[in-house]
Design a protein around this ligand. Structure first.
Ligand SMILES: NC(=O)c1ccc[n+]([C@@H]2O[C@H](COP(=O)([O-])OP(=O)(O)OC[C@H]3O[C@@H](n4cnc5c(N)ncnc54)[C@H](OP(=O)(O)O)[C@@H]3O)[C@@H](O)[C@H]2O)c1
Length: 205
């Protein structure tokens, strides 16, 4: 499957590497696909290439949004018809929001014709996306959204990126909760100074 990755920074870069290693064809969609930052990322990774934001979504089964949330309305306008794709929104509206919306998920649902939208990969630091393994224990991943197929695809992609269990927070109404959960990680890691090498794991009895 082809995965379009819009946003090639910390999050997009980490997941591009993981998914390419798992055998997916990853196409970075960048404002400047010839920039040093893009070239440095794609060099040496088999299965990752780059093009424009508009072009990257062609034939993509999944589109990862890994940009600041306020970029989303402009991206939605550029990508056009994405009715064949599931959009995975990794953005967090912690300090910025897409204009007119509470979060990226709502904006993507309203402004694109994507087959479906799912929120995933927003609840942990990018370092844990580069490496979700903690001495043999895999960090868990969490998702939310209103579409079962989209959630199944995001779950598969989380497992293929190396995460352990994937927990479903629920439907559209739980998207604000999963953004608050991301804030809980940010609070512990940064404000309370536990460091970014922490991740959530659900225990069961
Ligand atoms: N950092 C984390 O640990 C983490 C964890 C979970 C979720 N998140 C969320 O993930 C998102 C990305 O975070 P990040 O840390 O990866 O940010 P980052 O390293 O600053 O990367 C942001 C990327 O977005 C691109 N971008 C910005 N505006 C754009 C536009 N209008 N059109 C296309 N591309 C655009 C940038 O490309 P240019 O080179 O063109 O500027 C850059 O590649 C944020 O919403 C953040 O809240 C971050």
């Amino acid at each position: 499957m082809k995965i379009a990755i819009i946003g090639h920074g910390n999050v997009g870069g980490a997941l591009a590497r993981r998914w390419a290693r798992a055998g997916y064809l990853c196409i970075i969609g960048a404002r400047d696909p010839k920039s040093d930052k893009v070239i440095n990322l794609i060099q040496g990774i088999n299965g990752v290439s780059a093009t424009t934001v508009k072009e990257c979504v062609r034939g993509a089964g999944a589109i990862l949004i890994a940009t600041p949330p306020d970029a989303i309305p402009g991206i939605a306008e550029q990508i056009g018809d994405v009715s064949h794709s599931v959009i995975i929104d990794a953005s967090n509206s912690v300090s910025k929001k897409p204009e007119g919306f509470e979060n990226g998920y709502e904006a993507l649902k309203a402004l694109t014709n994507a087959k479906s939208v799912v929120k995933c990969f927003n609840t942990t630091g990018f370092e844990n996306m580069k490496n979700p393994d903690f001495d043999g224990v895999k960090a868990d991943m969490f998702l939310a959204g209103g579409n079962k197929e989209a959630k199944a695809l995001a779950e598969q992609l989380a497992k293929d990126a190396g995460f352990g269990e994937v927990y479903d927070f629920g439907g559209d109404d739980k998207v604000p909760l999963i953004e608050s959960f991301a804030l809980a990680w940010i609070n512990l890691a940064i404000m309370q100074k536990y460091g970014r090498d922490i991740a959530f794991k659900v225990l069961r009895r």
